[in-house]
Design a protein around this ligand. Structure first.
Ligand SMILES: CC(C)(COP(=O)(O)OP(=O)(O)OC[C@H]1O[C@@H](n2cnc3c(N)ncnc32)[C@H](O)[C@@H]1OP(=O)(O)O)[C@@H](O)C(=O)NCCC(=O)NCCS
Length: 180
């Protein structure tokens, strides 16, 4: 088991094939997946799982499994993925949790662990979160990380134009060095 990081209540580790049933509880839940406009088919769950395993190999990181340290419960996924945002490569913090574990501060805690890992271990100068503008809980999580909206952009997904907020957190001095 490849453990990535610990927070006071949570342990984040790499996803393995045996996690498929837990992942599907989120990915096939229409309410959890409303930001994606559809619950995933079985094939889409397989593709999602394969994509995380490929990311670990190619990038050294991806979405990780979030486990409750006290009970061992499989709570959700949170991690760091490379995304193409309007033709720019960005490092994104992402988070999805099982509905029965929402509202306990788990997303905020896991995402804060990933933010610190991104800056302290990966040494990134910039971290983003792309959040559908109407996804209030996700926006609150991004804001709890100290992120600010840089701009609104439209993502074309599932045959729809979806306005997204690009939340950004940069190391002090980085924006200046880039000449902003
Ligand atoms: C987004 C998500 C991960 C948040 O998980 P969570 O563990 O419930 O979040 P937390 O308990 O850490 O709460 C985060 C904040 O959102 C707020 N929040 C939670 N549900 C909310 C709701 N329905 N409306 C408004 N705010 C909400 C909480 O009050 C908290 O705000 P605070 O920091 O001011 O206290 C969870 O809702 C989820 O898995 N959603 C589906 C997947 C998804 O949309 N992921 C994001 C894609 S960009």
């Amino acid at each position: 088991m490849n453990v990535i990081l610990n927070t006071p209540r949570l342990m984040l580790r790499e996803i393995v094939r045996d996690d498929r049933t837990d992942m599907a509880e989120i990915l096939q839940d229409p309410e959890a997946m409303y930001a994606y406009e559809h619950a995933f088919s079985s094939g889409e769950v397989d593709a999602w799982l394969d994509r995380q395993l490929r990311r670990y190999e190619q990038d050294g990181h991806g979405l990780w499994a979030v486990i409750c340290r006290e009970s061992g419960a499989w709570l959700g996924m949170c991690g760091l993925t490379i995304q193409n945002v309007e033709n720019t490569r960005e490092l994104e913090v992402g988070y999805l949790f099982k509905r029965r574990f929402w509202h306990r501060g788990y997303a905020r805690e896991a995402a804060a662990g990933c933010r610190d890992y991104a800056f302290n271990v990966l040494g990134t100068p910039r971290l983003v979160a792309c959040v559908r503008v109407n996804n209030a809980p996700s926006r609150r999580v991004a804001e709890s990380l100290g992120m600010k909206v840089e701009r609104i952009f439209v993502k074309h997904y599932y045959d729809m134009d979806m306005p997204h907020a690009l939340y950004v957190l940069e190391l002090p001095g980085t924006a200046h060095r880039k000449g902003k």
